[in-house]
Design a protein around this ligand. Structure first.
Ligand code: UDP
Ligand code: MG
Length: 308
């Protein structure tokens, strides 16, 4: 573990009190590991003194640099900007609020040395409110079930990446929650380590349980973009075929009634539902075919990018 190039990316939204302590703690740990490191703090449009604090820190230490957003673009955008700037062979992300303990950094590096591309922290003994802990458990359960990636804590802010993994991520919205899903779908090797989690001392949490709602819509996007991205005709075509089949069965039944009894026996709502299913089915199948055309075009452009 000698002389590694390490970048640490820290998204910060109103974290003025925490940043000086965090930088000190990180430097304390890294001095035993490497001289070759950088700390990139991304100020996500803070309205407190975060900007001034970062400017103070960067003036005093050449290892520290800052990126300032004009307004609050969200954690995913902050991470994305940090990754773009980072040059380290290994890139870490840490929350700015002192909840992640820098003492864990060597444990992450051990896993990277073992050959993992992404090491995700697992706040096994999480120090947040009951509502937050339980909604997060539910979120992690569903995400793991849908993505088939076996992690306990997808959204842990403390992660280590091989440089190319972090730089290859396309992050926006609440997508930071699904980084392991995206990386897993790219075929990267992912693991997790339990990390010591601390209570927030200064400042407030920016995420309430309500945010999980938006997060689930993003999960749908991730699932479609990753799992079905290369075969939209299967995804939309599958749903469309089911709808078409249901519509067909319903309307055959209606025709049977009409032929047998001379009228449809008051089954008008069912008849309308049958027609609707057929129309929706045809539309979904067409959507899948249009999707296939897009994939074909983009494959032509990117055919060289998937070589390991
Ligand atoms: N954060 C950010 N932009 C935002 C919200 C949060 O950069 O719009 C940062 C925040 O400053 C912290 C990290 O993301 O460093 C995690 O946020 P927080 O601690 O509020 O989340 P929690 O730990 O409560 O889930
Ligand atoms: Mg926090």
């Amino acid at each position: 573990m000698n002389n590694k190039e390490i970048s640490i990316v820290i998204p910060a939204y109103n974290e003025a009190e925490n940043l000086p302590f965090l930088c000190d703690e990180i430097k304390d740990v890294l001095k035993n590991i490497t001289k070759n490191y950088e700390i990139i703090i991304v100020n996500d449009g803070s309205t407190d003194k975060t900007k001034e604090v970062i400017e103070n820190l960067t003036a005093k230490d050449i290892h520290i640099s800052g990126i300032h957003f004009r307004t609050n673009f969200g954690k995913a955008s902050a991470l994305s900007a940090g990754f773009k700037k980072a040059v380290g062979e290994t890139i870490f992300t840490m929350d700015a609020d002192l909840q992640d303990d820098p003492q864990e950094i060597p444990n992450f590096l051990d896993k990277i040395d073992e050959g993992f591309d992404l090491v995700s922290g697992w706040k096994q003994n999480r120090k947040d409110s009951f509502v937050k802990n339980s909604s997060s458990k539910f979120f992690n359960f569903v995400t793991s079930l849908l993505s088939k990636i076996k992690l306990h804590d997808f959204n842990c802010g403390f992660k280590a990446y091989k440089g190319e993994v972090a730089k290859g991520l396309d992050l926006y919205g609440q997508m930071h929650r699904y980084i392991p899903v995206m990386a897993g779908n790219e075929g990267y090797k992912i693991t997790e380590i339990p990390v010591h989690h601390r209570k927030r001392k200064f400042g407030k949490s920016k995420y309430g349980p309500i945010r999980f709602l938006n997060g689930f819509l993003d999960l749908l996007t991730v699932m479609v973009l990753t799992k079905y991205f290369k075969r939209p005709a299967h995804f939309f075509g599958g749903l469309g075929s089911i709808a078409l089949f249901l519509g067909f069965v319903i309307n055959m039944y209606i025709i049977y009634l009409k032929l047998t009894f001379g009228n449809i026996q008051g089954r008008l709502p069912l008849f309308i539902a049958g027609i609707l299913f057929i129309m929706v089915g045809i539309q979904l199948i067409s959507l899948g075919l249009i999707g296939e055309m897009f994939v074909k075009i983009s494959r032509k452009n990117n055919s060289k990018n998937n070589i390991a």
